[in-house]
Design a protein around this ligand. Structure first.
Ligand code: FMN
Length: 139
């Protein structure tokens, strides 16, 4: 079973709640999950894990949060080519375009994106189940 890093940024807790659920999904499927705030993750930790879930809400104008999450992600993405990765995050007023752009970028970088989950604001029951399923895909 896989050791999974669940790496996230969350301003008001919605994506953090999703990260908790993804980690629960990993563990329910028999894997191990480390919840890691994005400031504590860097490319030199990639070798410690078998799979990765990255979480970031829609910020800016359909962008990743650019002071803490994006600098970390810019650094690690080139080193994740071929690795199993899932993406997740919360949004509010648009329709999830930031996640489409993020998935496209990750695909182009050669990551093995298994799936993504988005939640409007705090994850409701359906989104919670999707987060658990996402974790299980990585376990
Ligand atoms: C500065 C800022 C920019 C945002 N930009 C977008 C956006 O482009 N599209 C969108 O759908 N929601 C946007 N949102 C809404 C957040 O994505 C939403 O509140 C989300 O639930 C926050 O997740 P968090 O609790 O993990 O921080 C923005 C929120 C803030 C504060």
């Amino acid at each position: 079973m896989s050791k999974v890093a669940v790496v996230y940024w969350s301003g008001t807790g919605n994506t953090e709640a999703m990260a908790d659920l993804v980690a629960q999904g990993v563990r329910a499927a028999g894997g191990t999950a480390d919840l890691v705030q994005c400031n504590d993750f860097s490319a030199d930790r990639i070798g410690d894990f078998d799979a990765f879930a990255f979480g970031c809400p829609a910020m800016g104008d359909e962008e990743l949060e650019d002071t803490e999450f994006l600098p970390m992600y810019d650094e690690v993405e080139p080193a994740l080519s071929g690795q199993k990765v899932a993406l997740f995050g919360s949004y509010d007023w648009n329709d999830g375009e930031w996640m489409e752009l993020w998935e496209q970028r990750a695909d182009e970088a050669g990551l093995n994106v298994v799936d993504s989950v988005i939640a409007k604001d705090y994850p409701d029951d359906d989104a919670a189940a999707e987060c658990m399923r996402l974790g299980a895909l990585l376990a």
